[in-house]
Ligand binder design. Structure first.
Ligand SMILES: Cc1ncc(C[n+]2csc(CCOP(=O)(O)OP(=O)(O)O)c2C)c(N)n1
Ligand SMILES: [Mg+2]
Length: 458
């Protein structure tokens, strides 16, 4: 009986398991089959009890390792694997820094209207960032995070997805939501925490979320979204939903344990997910040179058995092409993809940070002036004759007006009713919350004159 089971294990290994391993790190042939039917049930559980006397039956395997957890050749020389075996992963790009297409075969040949939508979204995001950053500096909102320099990663990836693909963001992906059509009013209401904020003022600014646009609400603790996104992708696969999940995160968040757990679950459960890492050079003040020792985040993919690519994140077409292909294959083949988009965080980490303490003005200026995703796309549009000085001037005025109107309206709105602080978590309010709510009411009855209560909905 035991011998029969063990020979089943080897037969499975010969059919796919070992062959897959011999192809080398990360190489994975063709579409994958769904896990419930393959490998055969019990294939993993056999290892403890299966005796290893099958070599007579399979003489050709005599000199091959047969360990269930790894398969390759035996060697008789002691050699450690150099960490730089996977290094110098190239950066895929479509446009050069002047906005010229490098290889015409890679030009996504998008229609003029769509490319103009890219440009308008990227510049509108930039304008919104400027106004909200300033409004924090003037004390009108409590906190803000800009997306300067990373607009290409947002718009290129958002455009490559289907509208119903589920998005899990970190916090610096406002452009994804903007590309999907989230209105300026709601961005502003969220940052002001006013009565129109869907989160009812309970979250810090920039923690957006929108059920209708399939954008899961942002969580502050780093990497929270990664295992959650993998779970959602697994559910989508089980439902045969023909839907992908995209999960954004920074290269700093990729050091969290949750990131590693997420990568491994996605690979082993064969989930239709795109891990989209924005490698912007910094995690607050920690530069990438102190964040990791390998070749960035893309180098980790093969270790988990995940198809991986590194792209120029300041090239919106490169991001678009990579995400589109990853999306197509993730759904068709039920497997995860990892995209590492190289970019640069031009702004401070947040309004609580002063980046002049840890990086030079020259460094920032280089990215702002020489390698900016917006100017690269503008060069491209100009050279195609799809955009000109006149259009630029008109759009700048118009977009600023749109942002200012939304900003002024959000500022005028009342804050949510204070009692909403206590609702929505429990169906019936537990005694300890009731006690706190009563205490707040008593406090305001006595000391209400010291609070701007007329700014809140009653
Ligand atoms: C678990 C956890 N640890 C620390 C923080 C504080 N924190 C907020 S953002 C951040 C840096 C993240 O950097 P990265 O993932 O590269 O994203 P970026 O800000 O560069 O877009 C840190 C350390 C946090 N929010 N959660
Ligand atoms: Mg970062």
């Amino acid at each position: 009986m035991a011998a029969k089971m063990a020979s089943g294990r080897l037969a499975w290994a010969l059919r796919g398991g070992l062959r897959r391993g011999w192809r080398g790190l990360g190489a994975r042939p063709g579409p994958r089959s769904p896990p419930p039917s393959s490998p055969p049930p019990g294939a993993r559980g056999l290892t403890a009890s299966a005796p290893r006397q099958q070599q007579e039956e399979f003489p050709s395997l005599e000199e091959k390792p047969q360990f269930p957890g790894a398969s390759a050749e035996f060697v008789d020389k002691l050699d450690f694997i150099q960490p730089n075996v996977i290094s110098g992963i190239p950066v895929y790009r479509v446009m050069d820094r002047q906005g010229q297409i490098v290889n015409p075969e890679e030009d996504p040949q998008l229609p003029r209207e769509q490319v103009l939508k890219f440009y308008r979204s990227m510049t509108l995001l930039n304008t919104m960032d400027r106004i909200l950053y300033e409004s924090q500096r003037q004390g009108r909102i409590s906190f803000y995070m800009t997306n300067y320099g990373e607009e290409g990663t947002h718009v290129g990836s958002a455009a490559a997805l289907d509208d119903t693909d589920l998005v899990f963001g970190q916090y610096r992906e406002a452009g994804v939501l903007m590309y999907r059509g989230y209105p300026l009013d709601l961005f502003m209401s969220q940052c002001y925490g006013n009565a129109s904020d869907p989160g009812k003022g309970r979250q810090m600014p920039v923690h957006y979320g929108c059920k209708d646009l399939h954008f899961v609400t942002i969580s502050s603790p780093l990497a929270t979204q990664i295992p959650q996104a993998v779970g959602a992708a697994y559910a989508a696969k089980r439902e045969n939903a023909n839907r992908a999940v995209i999960c954004y995160f920074g290269e700093g968040a990729a050091s969290e344990g949750d990131a590693h757990a997420g990568f491994n679950f996605a690979a082993t459960l064969e989930c239709p997910i795109i891990f989209f890492c924005r490698n912007n050079g910094y995690a607050i003040s920690t530069p990438t040179s102190e964040q990791y020792r390998g070749d960035g985040i893309a180098a980790r993919g093969p270790g988990y058995g995940i198809m991986s690519i590194r792209v120029d994140g300041n090239d919106v077409f490169a991001v678009y092409n990579a995400t589109r292909e990853a999306r197509r294959r993730a759904v068709a083949e039920n497997q995860p993809f990892l995209i590492e988009a190289m970019t640069y965080r031009i702004g401070h980490h947040s309004t609580s940070d002063d980046s002049s303490a840890y990086r030079s003005v020259d460094e920032v200026n280089y990215w702002d002036k020489q390698d900016h995703p917006i100017s690269r796309l503008r060069h491209h549009l100009l050279s195609k004759g799809w955009w000109g000085e006149e259009e630029e001037k008109t759009w700048r005025k118009q977009s600023r007006k749109l942002v200012m109107e939304a900003f002024e309206a959000a500022e005028r709105k009342l804050k949510p009713n204070l009692n909403l602080l206590f609702s929505d978590v429990y169906r019936e309010m537990p005694a300890h919350l009731q006690k706190q709510q009563d205490a707040l009411a008593r406090h305001l009855k006595t000391y209400g004159e010291h609070y701007p209560l007329d700014h809140f909905e009653q």
